[in-house]
Design a protein around this ligand. Structure first.
Ligand code: HPA
Ligand code: ZN
Length: 338
């Protein structure tokens, strides 16, 4: 095996861009559908996987919302989250920042408290079992209205001990960050962290808006920022973390070949990308698979891989002392690794 692939695989790392509903493996989907008496429009897990052939973000989202519709009870959200955490732990993820889409559940009549309750019970268990730390980030669905986003934020109020921040996901083009300026202002006033998907399919202007209007602390994806030199200079100056998702980019045709993935260019431009799996069940791999795909396709150096790993902790919402401890643990690992 390429030694850089093992270096990355065995390294302690953080994952900062993971939609828990996107980690829903078809086998678990069937199990939960059966116990909830929900009928899926597929006969087997293989049939589900065969449907995962997407030309763009929207084609993926249509099937992603269909998949999550079998989740009804607290236990379902616990099982879903625990399955991801177990898999992430195998990939040496020691800190995970996890997105969830409450509007995709509450609009089906699921209780907000059951969604957050199930997810956070699993996060607590991962902390107790493996010392894995985590943060939970509520994503607003940007194809829905500002009013709907405000309602989701309101529902979060009794659960702020479990929710560290807000994000923005779903169909990007036609739904610029500025649509949610007031919701994000309120979330910031509430002391929540703020991030947003931008520049995955949307133009560099959406990245500018995420930074200047929503005042985000990280950009999720950010690929198209590279089209705007002034924006690149801004992101480099501020060392804004970009939560990049290579296999997602390939599956959603944001890139046509992993050999054309922009992460090396991002590093050379002084940006701060890290590596993430986005929706691993749908895109064919967890975080270590994403590192492996990049290392196989691009001329990444050992320093590049080390920097990507460092960026995952540097860009996290860990407290300063926790962040310093995680970075020190990574440096120890890198010093001792072959
Ligand atoms: N982009 C936008 N919305 C999403 C994604 C994504 O990559 N994954 C889940 N919802
Ligand atoms: Zn995403």
């Amino acid at each position: 095996m390429n030694p850089l692939i093992s270096l990355a695989a065995n390294a302690p790392k953080a994952e900062l861009h993971l939609h828990v509903e996107g980690s829903f493996e078809p086998e678990l989907m069937f199990e939960i559908a059966q116990r909830n008496g929900v009928k899926l429009p597929f006969a087997t897990a293989e049939e589900i996987r065969a449907a995962y052939d997407f030309a763009n973000l929207q084609e993926f989202l249509d099937i992603y919302y269909q998949g999550m519709s079998v989740l009804l009870h607290e236990r379902d959200f616990y099982d879903l989250t625990m399955a991801y955490l177990r898999r992430a732990h195998e990939d040496n993820v020691i800190h995970a920042e996890i997105f969830f889409d409450p509007q995709g559940h509450t609009e089906r009549g699921v209780d907000f408290a059951d969604v957050v309750g199930g997810i956070s019970r699993a996060l607590d268990e991962a902390r107790d079992q493996w010392g894995m730390s985590s943060r939970l980030i509520l994503c607003f669905l940007r194809h829905l209205s500002e009013e709907d986003a405000f309602a989701a934020l309101e529902q979060a109020v009794p659960h702020l001990d479990a929710i560290a921040g807000v994000g923005l996901d779903s169909s990007e083009v036609g739904h610029p960050p500025s649509k949610f300026a007031r919701v994000f202002a309120k979330a910031r006033d509430m002391g929540l962290h703020v991030v947003a998907h931008a520049g995955e399919e949307g133009p560099p202007d959406y990245v500018w808006e995420a930074l200047d209007v929503l005042k985000v602390q990280r950009i999720d994806h950010g690929n198209r920022a590279l089209e705007d030199a002034e924006l690149v200079a801004r992101l480099a100056r501020d060392k804004t973390c970009l939560t990049v998702c290579p296999l997602s980019n390939l599956k959603l045709c944001v890139i046509d070949d992993m050999k054309h993935h922009p992460i090396k260019t991002m590093l050379e431009a002084g940006l701060a990308p890290c590596v993430n799996s986005d929706d691993p069940s749908y895109f064919g791999g967890y975080v270590n698979d994403n590192f492996a795909a990049l290392i196989e396709a691009l001329p990444l150096s050992r320093d590049d891989v080390a920097q990507l790993l460092r960026n995952s902790f540097a860009g996290s919402f860990l407290a300063p002392d926790e962040k310093a401890a995680a970075l020190a643990r990574l440096e120890d690992y890198l010093d001792g690794a072959p």
